[in-house]
Design a protein around this ligand. Structure first.
Ligand code: SF4
Length: 482
């Protein structure tokens, strides 16, 4: 028997991006950051890191893997100080090795610069090329490192002004935490692609990708960092700056559909409510005579609840997902068909046998996992299977921080709905349209990015090609850990 590697994309979903957390004004800053990162684990599981400051020294620790596996009490105790920022990484640019783990720290004429980034910069390749031509030596292959170089070469003495100078040159998606010895800057790009929220814990202020990171430390949600806003956390409390040109708001709709935790509030609204709304609207758009509504766990549970409430068809647990999969698995000696999917999912025969099912999912990427799940339902005795997707067909890749498969891998970009139905071997399938999805979210003051559905990219893509966005700065050979 030999261990086999389990691809993380076995769920058939796009991979999450990154999660960031920061806190100012608390003697337990690193410990609270650890807890915040734990709550944000769903946003990235490849590496995690924390950097803290006591006003004089910066301390940093990062490792590969999940938060609970990386940090021990000893490391948290070492991360002294009253301010800290942390980062959970899933690589949307740059390979998965320790050198690329964030927060990224460097020394400069401005003093230490520590940075944690969620998003993708679409012109990082061109900026990096120009900097390298001038002799800059980069330490990582992550896109965000250009920000540090642009700050350091700005010739500006003020840390804040140098940061603004650098950010005015980058394009794309960034929710960013930048720390020096005595303050934290929380910045959201002018389009507002990725979420970033502010919370309060006694006299301390915290910032995080999602509010679930506040609940775990008993902090109260205060408000969002607005698109194009830069918030400074220091001994003077919080100060707000708006140094960037205004752009049309382009909130990532996939955060509501799939990425964020349903117990979070992002973009000023509850993720749970938004997902239930999508399910309700889907039931009105695509009703079907059925006995049960079954979600593909975990991300589709809220949409399935919405579908069930609106249609009156009972909600059932027809599929169980295992949460205990490691990175490797001992290969079975005997060949087992669809083994990869079986490790993750199993149908509940008692729930689905003899039933006409509505299977609710939030997205289909390649379709291979869904096909295997459908087969499990058939084997468990389902009589009819009707698939309903609480989003439009995903046809285009994302260049703003989400790892969606390439154009040619996405089943909906090259197949009709009827072809997808036949491939999945289901009785019917329906998606939402972009219009009904936006209607369902029903928030006239909010404008969403819908580029992965309609190809309408809100911000220029520069050199970003479909294949190269993740490994933009790397040769074919990746030298591994160091
Ligand atoms: S392309 Fe899709 S996943 Fe990417 S930011 Fe836009 S809505 Fe989100």
């Amino acid at each position: 028997m030999k261990p086999i590697s389990i691809p993380q994309c076995d769920s058939g979903k796009p991979r999450d991006e990154c999660g960031i957390f920061g806190i100012y004004g608390n003697p337990k800053a690193a410990n609270l950051t650890y807890l915040g990162l734990y709550a944000l684990q769903h946003r990235g599981q490849e590496s995690s890191g924390i950097a803290s400051s006591d006003g004089h020294h910066i301390y940093r620790y990062a490792g590969m893997g999940k938060v609970v596996d990386i940090f021990r009490e000893e490391q948290i105790n070492h991360l002294q100080g009253h301010l800290a920022i942390g980062h959970n990484r899933y690589s949307t640019t740059g390979s998965s090795f320790l050198r690329n783990a964030q927060p990224f720290r460097s020394e400069s004429i401005l003093g230490p610069i520590v940075l944690a980034h969620n998003g993708n910069l679409t012109n990082a390749g061109a900026l990096r090329y120009e900097l390298e031509k001038k002799g800059h030596i980069f330490q990582t292959t992550i896109d965000s490192e250009v920000i540090v170089h642009l700050m350091a070469k700005s010739g500006i003495d003020s840390f804040l002004d140098a940061l603004i100078f650098a950010l005015k040159q980058v394009r794309g998606a960034y929710s960013l935490l930048v720390m020096n010895r005595d303050r934290i800057y929380a910045v959201r790009d002018p389009y507002g692609f990725r979420p970033l929220v502010i919370g309060r814990l006694g006299d301390s202020f915290a910032v995080a990708s999602e509010t679930c990171a506040f609940d775990i430390i008993d902090a109260k949600y205060v408000r969002e960092v607005e698109p194009g806003e830069m918030v400074e956390l220091s001994e003077n409390g919080i100060a707000s700056y708006r140094p960037f040109e205004k752009k049309e708001q382009s909130l990532c709709v996939f955060e509501y559909i799939y990425f964020s935790r349903p117990d979070s509030t992002i973009f000023g609204r509850s993720v749970y409510d938004m997902r239930v709304r999508l399910g309700r609207r889907l039931a009105r758009q695509a009703p079907v005579e059925a006995d049960i509504v079954v979600p593909i766990p975990d991300s589709s549970v809220c949409a399935a609840i919405g579908y069930s409430r609106e249609s009156g068809v009972p909600y059932e647990l027809g599929l169980i997902r295992s949460h205990y999969i490691g990175r490797t698995f001992i290969e079975p000696t005997q060949k087992i068909r669809d083994f990869g999917a079986k490790i993750k999912y199993n149908a509940v025969r008692a729930s689905v046998e003899g039933k006409r099912m509505v299977v609710v999912d939030d997205s289909i990427m390649r379709g291979t996992t869904m096909r295997k799940i459908i087969k499990m339902f058939r084997t468990a005795g389902a009589k009819e299977i009707h698939v309903r997707i609480s989003a439009p067909p995903t046809k285009f890749p994302c260049f703003y921080g989400i790892d969606i498969p390439t154009h040619k891998e996405l089943i909906a970009s090259s197949h009709t709905i009827e072809e997808i139905r036949k491939y999945l071997r289901v009785d019917s399938i329906e998606y939402m349209s972009v219009e009904t999805m936006i209607e369902a979210l029903d928030e006239p003051d909010m404008h969403f990015c819908t580029a992965c559905f309609d190809g309408d990219y809100p911000c220029e893509l520069d050199e970003m090609g479909e294949e190269n966005q993740k490994y933009l700065f790397e040769d074919d050979e990746i030298d591994g850990y160091y």
